[in-house]
Design a protein around this ligand. Structure first.
Ligand code: NAP
Length: 310
């Protein structure tokens, strides 16, 4: 079997197109554009790239965006004040505090402070609780994007066995809740799960979010399954690359390692997954692209809920 490759780009482009259209309609009919505030503290290099992407995409889609870049020595109280001010502004619909935060700041308290109705990352405990109760809530962007993608590729979730490997607050846990909401039978696996292979082999839908390059081999996959690879890992080891890619892809990857020092690899062995699965998300070009698109969707939804349904 050769798996169908689920293109995240195709889905992300569709989501962004739809958001841009709705934003234009809102501006025309109601005279406002959704506002997104992104707060970054310190100089983390990866955060700088992520925030840049978020601000650029929101501008492309016609949203209004603000980037609050605070110095690394910002105190907990100062950051709380920034969040509080954004909570109180009517022109701001979504607030995102980019993680990780410097050590002097209590991340949990900051996330709790973001108003639930502006919590476009879906990390506030009230939204997490609503999601756990099966209510509609702003949900974390990566798993929400995966559900959207599965729907658009017409992959049945109702009644199917979905196995999620990983239980982080950002991916694994909300992923499991969202799959449950789609009426899947859900199993969550983690570091301490015994006989992982026995569990994954029964998965019709296997979502892998652990952060270990090529960890899930073909023998873990039920023939005909849908495999969603959330992992993003930098691989510089050419021997490992040889295990992960077929000849055509390998040549490209080895060139990338030579040029950049690493190539991006998921948590699933892509060569073996393509042979076993019916559907497979590639890395890069799969799930990674959905997150920012869903952030735009969440900001638009937050704006509509808060401003139109008051
Ligand atoms: P995380 O917070 O480190 O969580 C990893 C999870 O994997 C933990 O629950 C851990 O179990 C589990 N795990 C680790 N090794 C395992 C093993 N050998 N067997 C079974 N479970 C294992 O990571 P995360 O934030 O969820 O991210 C996971 C991956 O997704 C990373 O590669 C990250 O870069 C990527 N990611 C991608 C996107 C995107 O595409 N937009 C967004 C977020 C994350 P325990 O809880 O028992 O320790």
């Amino acid at each position: 079997m050769t798996a169908r490759i689920l293109s995240g780009k195709e889905i992300a482009d569709a989501i962004k197109r739809e958001v841009a259209e709705e934003v234009a309609t809102l501006a025309e009919s109601y005279g406002f554009r959704p506002g997104l505030a992104v707060v970054r503290v310190g100089e983390d290099a990866a955060s700088s790239v992520y925030v840049g992407n978020k601000v650029k995409t929101s501008e492309e889609l016609g949203l209004v965006s603000e980037h609050h870049h605070l110095p690394a020595e910002t105190t907990h109280a100062e950051l709380l004040k920034v969040v509080d001010d954004l909570n109180n502004r009517d022109d701001i619909d979504g607030i995102l505090v980019q993680l990780p935060l410097p050590r002097q700041i209590n991340e949990k308290e900051i996330l709790e402070k973001i108003s639930p109705e502006k919590d476009v990352d879906g990390f506030n405990p009230l939204n997490v609780g609503r999601l756990a109760q099966g209510q509609n809530a702003l949900a974390p962007c990566t798993p929400a994007g995966i559900i959207d993608m599965l729907k658009r590729f017409e992959i049945e979730m109702r009644g199917r066995h979905a196995v999620v490997i990983g239980r982080s607050n950002i991916v694994g846990r909300p992923m499991a809740q969202l799959l449950l909401k789609q009426d899947a039978t859900v199993t969550i696996a983690h570091r301490y799960s015994e006989n992982l292979i026995e569990i994954t082999r029964t998965a019709d839908i296997l979502v892998v979010a652990i952060g270990r390059a090529g960890f899930i081999r073909g023998e873990f996959i039920k023939p005909g399954a849908t495999v969603v690879d959330v992992g993003i890992n930098n691989v510089s080891d050419t021997e490992l690359a040889k295990e992960l890619f077929d000849e055509a892809e390998l040549e490209k990857r080895l060139k990338t390692i030579e040029k950049r020092g690493f190539t991006l690899v998921g948590d699933v062995n892509p060569r073996e997954a393509r042979e076993k699965a019916a559907n497979f998300t590639p890395v890069p070009g799969g799930v990674g692209l959905l997150t920012v698109a869903m952030l735009m969707r969440n900001t638009l939804d937050a704006a509509k809920t808060r401003r139109l349904k008051k």
